[in-house]
Design a protein around this ligand. Structure first.
Ligand code: NAG
Ligand code: NAG
Ligand code: NAG
Ligand code: NAG
Ligand code: NAG
Ligand code: NAG
Ligand code: NAG
Ligand code: NAG
Ligand code: NAG
Ligand code: NAG
Ligand code: NAG
Length: 763
């Protein structure tokens, strides 16, 4: 057989990733000459029948090559496999394109289902797919093949059903097509460093799935249109991407996400400007003290006024959860306006009494008896008791314009999984899911509203690529589960944060308590937060919202303020805290049992990068080398004692001990680059950072670090609130660990720390 071999040349990478395509339409992807993915069938289900290359009911008629150019992703070469589908006397030409990109390290697979609509009287199950292209065997190639995978699955950005394992035919890679998401494949021998493939849908995120089909001996990953979709329109194309990185799991996922964002022109503009992401806020959702619960003898209006006026914290917004609007059939929302028993004077009056503090408000699935269906176009599902705005009229704009008038700045769309899965129209109409979310997003754009996704499946996160106003998403289960049962972690968002962040969404940990015991809460007398500081630090380092939900008398002000500047601006690292590659690889190696929560993140100020290492719930000891967190060598210190610093380099790695960093404690270290002056004794110094905050070095606080030409003086410039006192810790080889209290100028809110071989001072 003649083999047509296409070599992918990756710019800036001398690694070798190839796709080989043969005359029969088979294709293999190799990494460094090792087979990683081998194709299985191409197939289409229509007229209640499968047409497949496996039994020649789908016949390959031509193989052609072409070149092209994409405005966002550059040039490509592609091979087109043309198939003939003969059904019911009509012949449909199906085109399967395999595209090799020249400047991004990816292959994309596009299936054009031809110029006839493909309909079904008897649909397949929603967990299956009704088109298959591409498909790959899930297999261990030979005895030396030690590869692992993990995948995002389930609600909260793929958090609740995430899993990992060995890449072999008996592994369950995808449990549910509807709930599944991107699959990350890596080399266990390299412990999750180096070679990584990310496999994900590349278009029509609400209408397509990755599924797993098991045959007697084989196990196959198949991509295509959700099985229950009743009709595929003429000339419909859907696509999937196989993205390669040589930079390990974390970086590989980030690179894949950057490519996805580039493909859809997504920018981080709205994320960076979202008030609810940048500033401290107050939350009342499931885990908050005032979730379906008010102060004794007060209604909700009085309770919220007390929260705003009595808790001495710089809240910039208040979130109102599902307790404030009208519900109908099946507890769906019937009318999204304030109930008189909750806010007797209405939201506009409440907003005014709250000195116009911005509001964030929750919404859920629409009930079958929603009042809005009288005026606007809704898809209805009497069986499930739900409804959905079709989005071809002014529904969303009217809703958001009205909400703007009572102070809404953030619309929280919750129950996304239920509205998608437990609702017939979104399962059978190929366009409806996308149309619903896009029309919501378009109205948000027109009314300058931001959107938070909650209970979102990976497909909703991917859909947000096309919805610039979705700025963040929940990446954890409800906080209440952790309050009721401490052994159920809820703060462990090191995996799900990777997906949200890659797509350009800030990960949101959810509400938190800053005090362990809060009598009178709605969660029972035994409810407890065993480690409040872990909650605050995770929320702060997530880069997403920080939203305490303490009872009025229970907020620990000092503890919460470790998140923020005096005025409530959150001091953040540059990227979310995520699980380090080694721990992800071990999660797969130990057949899906997580070995601990060992995370890292970083901040860069003028090309100088500072790292943070976090550990909790460790099940085994680890030795962390700088390269494992993408760091250079430097100086390391534990958050609770800046007086003791140590060298962190390849000969002085960090020991992370399971008995010390256990499920009821936290370990946290900061790593700073160590610099040297050009003085006779070569004085060394390092910026350890802001002692009183979780993010010791943040871009919000440090605007620049410069050295003079002679390398005898360094100037560190800070910004803050006028007259704010900021304790800055430095390491200095002559003066040892030194703290200077910097007072921010009353004029411009700035200050400079000046470091020389003999002294450190702030001006
Ligand atoms: C893919 O790999 C399999 C197993 O090595 C081989 O039999 C097949 O010919 C290869 N196909 C292509 C297109 O390279
Ligand atoms: C196939 O053709 C027959 C006869 O023309 C028609 O009755 C039937 O509805 C067609 N089936 C589909 C699925 O279009
Ligand atoms: C294959 O496609 C090419 C280009 O479209 C065309 O020239 C050629 O005739 C086709 N071959 C067959 C067997 O259809
Ligand atoms: C793309 O096609 C052009 C023309 O056929 C060829 O010169 C080039 O090498 C191809 N590029 C790749 C990456 O295969
Ligand atoms: C599908 O595409 C073909 C070729 O571009 C075109 O002739 C045809 O009208 C299209 N069909 C529909 C229903 O849009
Ligand atoms: C995994 O990495 C090891 C070490 O680099 C290498 O020898 C092996 O071939 C790789 N395996 C695969 C499947 O690429
Ligand atoms: C396949 O992987 C699973 C875990 O994903 C593991 O339990 C099983 O032992 C592996 N089987 C083989 C043959 O390696
Ligand atoms: C992205 O922007 C480019 C150039 O402005 C445009 O050509 C392209 O259609 C846009 N792509 C998407 C998916 O919006
Ligand atoms: C919106 O779609 C519905 C259902 O398809 C249709 O009945 C209605 O006329 C459409 N409205 C507008 C304004 O296009
Ligand atoms: C911590 O682990 C110990 C031992 O496995 C267990 O008994 C305890 O319940 C765990 N505590 C939490 C909060 O998970
Ligand atoms: C800095 O301020 C803190 C609290 O305001 C004080 O406890 C500490 O002694 C001061 N440190 C120095 C070096 O002035």
């Amino acid at each position: 057989m003649r083999l047509v071999v296409f070599l992918l040349v990756i710019v800036g990478c001398w690694c070798d990733v190839r796709i080989l395509i043969d005359e029969d339409g088979g294709y293999n992807i190799t990494v460094n000459n090792q087979l990683w993915l081998r194709s299985s069938r191409t197939a289409i289900y229509t007229d209640t029948q499968w047409y497949s290359t496996e039994d020649n009911s789908l016949i390959l008629t031509n193989v052609t090559v072409a070149e092209g150019d994409d405005p966002n992703l550059g040039s490509w070469n592609q091979t087109t496999l043309t198939y003939d589908l003969v059904s019911n006397q009509t012949s449909t030409s199906i085109s399967a394109h395999i595209r090799q990109w020249n400047i991004i390290s990816a292959f994309t697979f596009h299936l054009e289902t031809g110029d006839n609509a493909l309909t079904d009287r008897i649909a397949l199950d929603m967990e299956q797919v009704r088109t298959v292209f591409p498909s790959f065997y899930i297999e261990k190639i030979d005895m030396n093949d030690q590869r692992g995978f993990f995948t995002f699955e389930g609600l909260m950005s793929g958090e609740t059903g995430k899993h990992a394992g060995n890449w072999n035919a008996s592994s369950r890679v995808i449990n549910s097509g509807m709930q599944g998401g991107p699959v990350v494949l890596f080399n266990l021998t390299q412990r999750g460093e180096d070679d990584v493939l990310v496999l994900s849908p590349f278009s029509h995120f609400m209408a397509t799935s990755l599924t797993q089909r098991n045959k007697i001996l084989d196990s196959i990953l198949e991509y295509g249109i959700i099985g229950s979709m009743s009709s595929i329109p003429a000339n419909y194309t859907h696509s999937m991407i196989v993205f390669y990185s040589q930079n390990g799991i974390n970086e590989g996922i980030r690179e894949w996400g950057e490519t996805m964002q580039r493909a859809f022109n997504r920018t981080n503009e709205n994320r960076l400007n979202d008030l609810t992401i940048n500033y401290l806020g107050y939350y009342t959702d499931n885990g908050g003290y005032y979730y379906y619960h008010t102060e004794d003898g007060m209604n909700y209006e009085e309770t919220m006024l007390n929260v705003a006026h009595k808790i001495p914290l710089p809240f910039h917004y208040i979130q109102l959860d599902s307790w404030w609007y009208f519900k109908g059939i099946g507890n769906g929302v019937s009318q999204w306006t304030a109930r008189p028993d909750v806010f007797p004077d209405g939201l506009a009056v409440l907003h005014r009494r709250l000195e116009n503090i911005p509001l964030a408000a929750h919404n859920r699935y629409w009930s079958y008896d929603t009042v809005y269906k009288q005026k606007y176009a809704f898809a209805l599902d009497p069986g499930n008791g739900k409804a959905l705005p079709i989005g071809n009229d002014s529904f969303w704009i009217d809703l958001f314009v009205e909400a703007r008038n009572w102070g809404l700045v953030l619309y929280e769309q919750d129950w996304l999984n239920v509205q998608t899965i437990d609702f017939l129209p979104t399962r059978v109409d190929i366009n409806l899911g996308e149309q619903w979310l896009m029309s919501m997003g378009e109205a948000a754009k027109q009314t300058e509203m931001n959107i938070q996704y909650c209970m979102s499946l990976p497909r909703h996160i991917l859909q947000a690529l096309q919805i610039p106003r979705v700025t963040h998403a929940r990446v954890s289960d409800d906080y209440a589960v952790h309050l009721k049962d401490s052994t159920r972690s809820q703060w462990n968002i090191g995996i799900s944060s990777m997906l949200a962040d890659a797509i350009g969404l800030a990960p949101f940990k959810d509400v938190l308590w800053s005090t362990s015991l809060q009598p009178g809460s709605p969660y029972g007398t035994s409810s407890k937060e065993i480690l409040p500081e872990r909650e605050i630090l995770i929320a702060t380092l997530s880069t997403g919202p920080v939203g305490p939900g303490d009872g009025i008398d229970y907020a620990n002000i000092q503890s919460i303020m470790k998140c923020c500047r005096r005025d409530g601006l959150i001091l953040k690292p540059d990227r979310p805290l995520t699980t380090i590659n080694t721990l992800v690889a071990d999660w797969a190696f130990y057949n899906g049992v997580i070995q601990g929560e060992l995370y890292s993140t970083q901040t860069t100020i003028n090309d100088r990068t500072f790292h943070i290492i976090f550990a909790s719930a460790m099940k085994r000891d680890y030795t962390v080398y700088p390269s494992m967190i993408g760091s250079e060598s430097g100086i390391i210190w534990s958050y609770d004692n800046a007086q003791i610093t140590a060298i962190f380099d390849d000969t002085h790695p960090l020991d992370v001990l399971a008995n010390k960093c256990n499920n009821e404690t936290i370990c946290l270290w900061y790593v700073s680059p160590l610099w040297q002056f050009n003085d006779p004794i070569r004085t060394k110094y390092a910026l350890l950072g802001e002692w009183s905050k979780w993010t010791a070095v943040s871009q919000q606080r440090f605007t620049s670090i410069t050295t003079n030409k002679e390398k005898t003086q360094a100037i560190i410039t800070l910004q803050g609130v006028a007259s704010e006192i900021v304790p800055i810790v430095l390491f200095h080889s002559t003066l040892h660990t030194i703290t200077v209290n910097c007072s921010m100028s009353t004029e411009d809110g700035q200050a400079n720390v000046i470091v020389t071989p003999t002294h450190v001072m702030c001006s």
